[in-house]
Design a protein around this ligand. Structure first.
Ligand SMILES: Nc1ncnc2c1ncn2[C@@H]1O[C@H](COP(=O)(O)OP(=O)(O)O)[C@@H](O)[C@H]1O
Ligand SMILES: [Mg+2]
Length: 402
């Protein structure tokens, strides 16, 4: 932590918790916060695919290596009920948050909420967007209200609620608040009311949450990565990356479900297979789409991201209906970051962007929102002040005791 420079606290802005203390500009202490498979305990009555969203240790290590390659110091902190104490001991300047959370309807918002309370900077989306993004029904309500295209739908909290007669079979049934294709196999597509009610009952019972019922979209499937925000270029090491609206256009990824182990859909089993394995869907990046459609998909993804208040990075899933019209499926405000495997990493790789640069871009975009990075051309570095060291004292004490 040589040459620590600090910048003056800026007044609270829209994307910044209030009363930020001064922070060092470089050589940050970065906590990588996640739920790791095998390390986070699950409730005994959890469904068979519970924990599918959790990360692998190797992913955490890859993120740490990427951040350390820029000269920072990192530590992995597990997103469980010990986190408040681990944060107090480590005293991070910023947290790289990819935690799925462990329980409840807003679990992806748990870590952001804690960090806001402790006034610790962190990357990517904040409390509300993470909670909304996890809830597919709520997300669709917001999109619909903003005039964005999404399949007609109805949420069921129990299997015997009256069915909206405007919905046309086949319908698709999924847990309203899961990810990684959980609860989705070919049985999710239902062609009559009896099958619909059976499937809704299974989802509600197994996942202890509402079932989202949508019209089945039979067309092509795409996933579109979104990165940036209006002022991204002011802080980025690659300002040329960002268009005038502040967003980077990644190539579009098409998921070809024809050969999928969950035929026609990108379900749980298909999502857990690796390239080369039997039943893995086809992935095409850049997707072979007309420039007009590509532009439409990208602009829809950005509008979908902004509508739910997502920040800096997300991935939006889109499918075409039978007439070829794009319909928004869901947004991932904490997109997977497993090197060479997660969609965002595959997409970045397809345009020649290294894993390390994706991670550092997310870190810098987050850091800049909390005043840890100076705008290009800004030189307002002030001498180190005592309060900048104050927040490190408990960590120094812990290090000395160990
Ligand atoms: N309404 C729908 N019509 C057709 N396929 C769907 C529909 N909703 C979801 N799917 C299929 O299920 C997959 C997973 O659904 P998604 O809503 O993206 O949830 P997850 O969070 O698990 O990725 C999609 O990638 C798609 O293949
Ligand atoms: Mg999805």
């Amino acid at each position: 932590m040589d040459n620590i420079e600090i910048i003056e606290t800026e007044p609270p802005g829209e994307d910044r918790p209030p009363s930020m203390p001064p922070r060092p500009v470089r050589a940050w202490r970065v906590a990588v916060i996640a739920n790791v498979k095998g390390e986070t305990k699950l409730p005994q009555d959890a469904p068979a695919d519970a924990g599918a969203e959790f990360d692998r240790k190797e992913t955490i290590e890859a993120i740490q290596a990427a951040i350390e390659s820029d000269g920072h110091f990192t530590k992995f902190l597990s997103a469980d009920d010990n986190l408040p104490f681990a944060l107090r001991d480590f005293c991070p300047d910023i947290c790289f948050n990819i935690a799925e959370g462990i329980f409840g309807d807003g679990r992806e918002a748990q870590v952001p909420a804690l960090l806001e309370m402790l006034r610790i900077p962190y990357t990517a989306s904040r409390v509300l967007a993470n909670a909304v993004g996890l809830d597919k029904t709520m997300t669709k309500r917001i999109w619909r209200e903003q005039g964005l295209p999404t399949a007609a739908f109805q949420e069921f909290t129990s299997a015997d609620e009256p069915l909206n007669p405007a919905l046309r079979f086949p319908l698709f049934v999924k847990p309203a608040r899961e990810g990684t294709g959980m609860g989705m196999d070919s049985g999710a597509i239902v062609s009559d009311e009896e099958a619909l009610r059976r499937r809704v009952a299974w989802v509600v019972e197994s996942y202890q949450q509402p079932a989202l019922v949508e019209e089945f979209l039979s067309g092509r499937e795409f996933t579109v990565a979104v990165m940036g925000r209006a002022d991204a270029a002011k802080f980025s090491r690659r300002p040329e990356w960002y268009a005038a609206d502040g967003f980077h256009r990644f190539p579009i990824l098409e998921v070809d479900n024809a050969s999928s182990v969950t035929p026609g859909i990108y379900g749980y089993k298909a999502k857990t297979l690796h390239t080369g394995e039997e039943g893995v869907p086809g992935f095409l990046c850049p997707a072979d789409v007309e420039p007009f459609l590509a532009e439409k998909l990208q602009s829809l993804a950005i509008r979908a991201h902004l509508a739910v208040g997502a920040v800096d990075v997300s991935r939006v899933d889109i499918r075409l209906d039978a007439d070829g019209n794009p319909r928004l499926l869901e947004i991932n405000t904490l997109p997977g970051l497993t090197p060479g495997f997660s969609d965002l990493c595959v997409i970045a790789n397809a345009e020649g962007t290294r894993y390390q640069d994706v991670i550092l871009e997310i870190l810098d975009l987050g850091a800049s929102r909390f005043g840890l990075l100076l705008e290009h051309g800004q030189e307002a570095v002030k001498p180190l002040r005592v309060p900048a060291l104050m927040h490190m004292l408990p960590a120094m004490a812990t290090m000395m005791l160990n």
